[in-house]
Design a protein around this ligand. Structure first.
Ligand SMILES: NC(=O)c1ccc[n+]([C@@H]2O[C@H](COP(=O)([O-])OP(=O)(O)OC[C@H]3O[C@@H](n4cnc5c(N)ncnc54)[C@H](O)[C@@H]3O)[C@@H](O)[C@H]2O)c1
Length: 324
């Protein structure tokens, strides 16, 4: 049994990683500031489920507040910091780049300092496929150029990655960086296409599609991401790995599948492509397979069905979640 400090515990991926760790009999100290970047009821819902489980302890803390982090109550030694808290999403980072740099760069630095000062040997960082910029080869390997990320979000994650490297180089901190590719699943982010499209089709609202729908994403089911994240807790030195689905799915295909699963027609309203959106993303996951024995298990069709089933079960409130 190990004890982990996990940031972003009320977030989409953080909550699922926490659930799996608790199922494996570990203890999790979860941090989150429950900010209103999207409908806070989603965070409260996830947190409520975690708080019903044994082995979970929660602190409402802002990771940008170094003093608050240092004041956290000490308990049994922490095996690793699993750092998933972030300002996430490419589009919103054009509107408020400051909060992205503050949370994703300074917040990460604060947690690296927690590791250094309290002798926590392992740091796991969530980074993003957006870091590869516009010219990435498909499927994209980790050694593709990531020195020219396009959006402030991706730039702030690059800062987090290289800060983590410097703590590895200077203090011997063991670091795993995961570049996640478009994650979806039950209780997902309401600012992302899978949740929005599900709600808009189910509730017969206009489905706003940016671009002509030919854009594709390496959609990855949240359980695959959570399982890979936990595998990354082993000692590795310093490694950067992609975690992404096998399939790159076009938006037109996403809409078609959701229509089929929901038994309803999408009322598509086409708008110009968003300048922050990439035309395509698709992971090469050879490295995670080689180092961790990981590969995605859940097909897009299966994962989309799970999301739709969850949405329907919770529909009395999910239909009112703000999706922008
Ligand atoms: N979902 C994806 O497709 C995806 C893809 C690539 C990378 N990622 C990365 O994975 C991680 C988790 O993403 P997610 O989709 O679960 O996002 P999320 O927004 O659902 O979760 C992040 C959590 O961090 C918390 N948080 C934000 N700022 C904080 C702060 N200053 N102090 C404390 N808590 C704070 C938020 O309240 C939220 O609950 C993020 O680092 C994100 O950048 C996600």
């Amino acid at each position: 049994m190990s004890r982990y400090l996990l940031t972003g515990a009320a977030g989409f991926i953080g909550a699922r990683v926490t659930e799996l760790l608790l199922e494996h009999g570990h203890q999790v100290v979860g941090l989150d500031n429950l900010n209103p970047a999207y409908d806070v009821r989603m965070k409260q819902y996830r947190l409520g489920r975690l708080q019903a489980l044994p082995g979970f302890e929660f602190h409402k803390v802002d990771i940008c507040d170094g003093r608050a982090l240092r004041a956290l109550p000490q308990g049994a030694p922490i095996e690793a910091v699993i750092h998933l808290a972030a300002r996430a999403g490419v589009r919103a980072s054009l509107e408020d780049p400051w909060s992205y740099v503050e949370t994703n760069a300074v917040g990460t630095l604060n947690l690296l300092e927690v590791c250094r000062q309290t002798h926590i040997p392992k740091f796991l960082l969530a980074s993003t496929s957006s870091i590869y910029g516009a010219e990435a080869p498909l499927p994209t390997p980790e050694d593709a150029d990531s020195s020219r990320p396009l959006q402030p979000y991706a730039a702030s994650k690059k800062a987090a990655e290289v800060l983590s490297y410097s703590y590895h180089a200077m203090y011997g901190l063991d670091v795993t960086v995961f570049r996640y590719f478009t994650v979806y699943g039950p209780a997902g982010r309401p600012d992302m296409s899978m949740f929005r499209f599900t709600q808009w089709i189910a509730e017969e609202r206009p489905l706003v599609l940016n671009g002509d729908g030919s854009q594709s994403r390496g959609f990855t089911f949240v359980d695959d991401i959570a399982r890979g994240t936990i595998l990354g807790l082993r000692p590795l030195g310093y490694e950067v790995m992609n975690l992404g689905g096998h399939e790159a799915v076009r938006m037109t295909e996403v809409i078609r599948l959701l229509e089929e699963l929901l038994g309803a027609k999408a009322h598509v309203v086409q708008q110009p492509a968003h300048p922050a959106d990439m035309p395509a993303s698709w992971a090469n996951v050879e490295k995670a397979r080689h180092l961790l024995g990981w590969e995605p298990r859940v097909s897009f069709a299966e994962g989309a069905r799970e999301l739709v089933e969850w949405y329907r079960r919770e529909r009395d409130w999910t239909r009112t979640v703000a999706t922008g």
